[in-house]
Design a protein around this ligand. Sequence first.
Ligand SMILES: *[C@@H]1O[C@H](CO)[C@@H](O)[C@H](O)[C@H]1NC(C)=O
Ligand SMILES: *[C@@H]1O[C@H](CO)[C@@H](O)[C@H](O)[C@H]1NC(C)=O
Length: 464
Amino acid sequence: MSRLTLPINFHEMSVFNQYFVAIICIFFLLIPSVLVPEVSAQNLPTGQCVTEFKADNDYFTDKVTVETASLFSIEYFNHYKLVTNKQTQEVFGLYQCGTVNDLPANVKPFPVSINSVAVTDTSSNAFLDMLGLRSVIKVLGSADLISSPCIQYAKDNGDITILSTNETLNAIELGNVDLIFGATDAAADKKSVSVSSSNDPGVLNRVEWIKFYSVFFNAESKANEVYGKIKSNYECFKNLVGKNTLSNKPVVAWVAYEAPSEFNQNTAAYKIADAMYKMQLTEDAGGVYFNSTTLSYSNSVDFLKAIENVDILIDETFVAPTLDDVYKNFELTPNQQYKFIKNQAIYREDGLTGPNDGRDWFENAVVMGDALLEDMINVVNPKLPKSDYQRIWLRNVAKNEPIKISSSNNCSDLNQPSFSKADDCSALPSVSVKGDGVISSTPTFFSYLIAFVISVIFSNISII
Ligand SMILES: *[C@@H]1O[C@H](CO)[C@@H](O)[C@H](O)[C@H]1NC(C)=O
Ligand SMILES: *[C@@H]1O[C@H](CO)[C@@H](O)[C@H](O)[C@H]1NC(C)=O
């Protein structure tokens, strides 16, 4: 036997050799999974139907389980699934095409997978986009309310048509699609599917609606992947905030001005929001959510008195693009002593829109919950999650930050699904705040040390 075949002296291993052995061992451990690919059945993708129906086959081996969302449920049977929108009480019976439709009575039947849809709300686009299903969208309810660059591109290209206002044409256009997402008031319509993602109370509840969409396309496995990623990234950001708590947590109020109109008896109203997801975002970002027993005021004096100790204002008034507009609506003046004025901490949700003011806040901000938290973290503590973080949706109007416009030019690859715009939280350097605001990077030396110790232990175990 030559020296070459026995290169390592196990009893006097150098650090290098120990690493070497560890790497070799890991390599051999991985081989079985490479050589023997997992043979698992999958749900049939769009365009494929069962050719030989067997009643006791499970046609949906990829399943989703609802974890946090409270406004929908999904039940699996061998060749069909029952999906319930708990807010509207609509039940959709999705049977695998090529099997039989023996669905219970009182459900809206749809053979799956669905090939073409019309979308009449805004957030459905974003969910379908993330599932890689942009190409099933054939008709849109409105030309204006789109911020997704690639959906705008498909519309400009004629691949997506805009629903006509002419009733005859409208009926023809909707007749050509398999299903209509968004129509909450069209229970009588056989094709309409009501969606309630924006009403599900928590941030991750809203995100989890991606599972609701997925079941219509047998895309459960993609939904699990996307939801799992966003959820763990969200938890990671929440932990990052937990490790960097400010000694004085800022108080954040989400407010809106309602101009007098026919909808409010021509009286102005000053509102304080009371939504679970806004509270979660604020608290998970390290702030204090401003809550009040009175949520609506008829004059600005009482309203301003209520929010006098607020540090950060989030103005949700739909139209108020400039700081002057905000001042005018709430009857504020620049020299007042409110902290949100002195500290220039007034934000709006209009940071990213389409060319015709289609707000991305109502599209991607619903599904990209991790990126939304990241934006909010930066609002509460501008040094987090990293010093050069660029917010997506929450725009500081007090600092005159510009509105970013996304148009069809910004579609880089029509065939790619959209991805959450969040940073990978686990790849961010961990930061710690000393006192109020001074930040230092924690050395990553310890993580290297731990990795080293583990590999040494591992190589020794393998040798024995
Ligand atoms: C709607 O469209 C149909 C078909 O093109 C046309 O015949 C009809 O005149 C239109 N109706 C209106 C009110 O424009
Ligand atoms: C879209 O693309 C233009 C350049 O074509 C760029 O200036 C703009 O910042 C992009 N918008 C977004 C939202 O990325």
